[in-house]
Design a protein around this ligand. Structure first.
Ligand code: HMG
Ligand code: MG
Length: 302
């Protein structure tokens, strides 16, 4: 099997993981989660998003969370910014990376960010320009690259089209997201192939929700294509408020177990990651979405 020797995981639990939670999660809990994740060896953490608090109330404490985290050298902290207003607010928090987020499906673009794909690119362009001028790395997230909750199956050509637009405005890296977790390995590979027409293999990542239980298979299928960067979420938390029915991201613990089991390095301490997942699951009063965490916690307690 042709696999990379090392993989970079971007922990999206504090952002994607919590954004859809109905109960208010205090900033102090989010800050402690970030602390625990960096202590576990995560080097990239998506902390929050500078979106409208009317649209996503859970992320309204974005500046407080960014101000409260104890930054560790060697760790990069990213935030989502949908427009210049969000970017300008984010700038004060000194993120290492910002994320503009678009969709391969027209209907999802409208539901999630209230504009068409073309309009989203017009909005992102000045954000990308301002971020790059400020020396901030720019990632693009591409939602619904396999399926859309409103339009159904999404053709790879739509993904290629969006990737080309993102490239055209200076986005440096794109994440290929299966927002609603409907993808299976070959479909996800097609979405990646379409993206690779515009971005180098070193500038793409996978972001797989696990609604249909396919995310680990999709991770392996894209690893075999040479993809070595993935967004994952501790305890398998996650979901987008505008993608009805979608559940969490692939659990970070499960991906780390998969990779370490195949001899692929991540730099992450799985035991500490499981502790971080147990911390947030306990706060949410919810069973962890990670099968590996459940198995290893049961073993610890036996
Ligand atoms: P809009 O209503 O069209 O915005 O929303 P607007 O420009 O017309 O402004 C309306 C109001 O929003 C104004 O306030 C603005 O000040 C305010 P008012 O005058 O009514 O009091 N506003 C903002 N406030 C704070 N921060 C901002 C901001 N912008 C405007 N940045 C907007 C457009 C994009 C803002 C809105 O649709 C929005 O916030 N959407 C975000 C939705 C979201 O966060 N979704 C989840 C993240 S994406 C995701 O999870 C997918 C991903 O994980 C990949 C995958 O799995 O697919 C990344
Ligand atoms: Mg997501």
């Amino acid at each position: 099997m042709n696999l990379p020797s090392r993989v970079k995981l971007v922990e999206v639990g504090p952002r994607d993981g919590l954004q859809n939670e109905k109960q208010a999660v205090p900033a102090a809990v989010k800050i402690e989660l970030v602390q625990r994740l960096q202590d576990a060896g995560l080097k990239e953490i998506e902390v929050t998003s500078f979106v409208s608090p009317k649209w996503v109330p859970q992320m309204a404490d974005n500046a407080e969370v960014m101000a409260g985290i104890a930054r560790k050298s060697g760790v990069r902290y990213s935030v989502l910014t949908p427009n210049l207003q969000g970017f300008e607010a984010a700038l004060k928090s000194k993120p290492d990376e910002i994320v503009v987020f678009g969709a391969a499906s027209e209907a999802f673009s409208r539901k999630n960010i209230n504009c068409s794909i073309a309009e989203s690119i017009e909005r992102f362009a000045p954000v990308v320009q301002a971020a790059r001028a400020a020396g901030i790395y720019v990632r693009g997230a591409m939602s619904c690259t396999v399926g859309c909750p409103y339009e159904g199956e999404v053709a790879p050509e739509r993904v290629g089209y969006l990737a080309g637009l993102m490239k055209g405005i200076g986005v440096q890296h794109v994440g290929v997201a299966d927002t609603i977790g409907v993808g299976t390995p070959i479909k996800v590979q097609r979405a990646l192939e379409a993206t690779l027409q515009h971005f180098d293999i070193n500038d793409v990542s996978g972001h797989f929700h696990d609604t249909y239980g396919q995310a680990l298979a999709n991770t392996l299928a894209t690893l075999q294509m040479g993809v070595w960067q993935f967004d994952t979420s501790v305890a398998g938390l996650g979901g987008c408020p505008y993608a009805k029915g979608a559940t969490g991201n692939v659990a970070s613990e499960d991906v780390v177990y998969l990779l370490h089991g195949m001899g692929v390095a991540t730099g992450i301490d799985l035991d500490k990651l499981i502790d971080a997942g147990a911390f947030i699951s306990e706060f949410l009063q919810r069973k962890s979405g990670s099968r590996v965490a459940a198995a290893m916690l049961a073993k610890r307690n036996s």
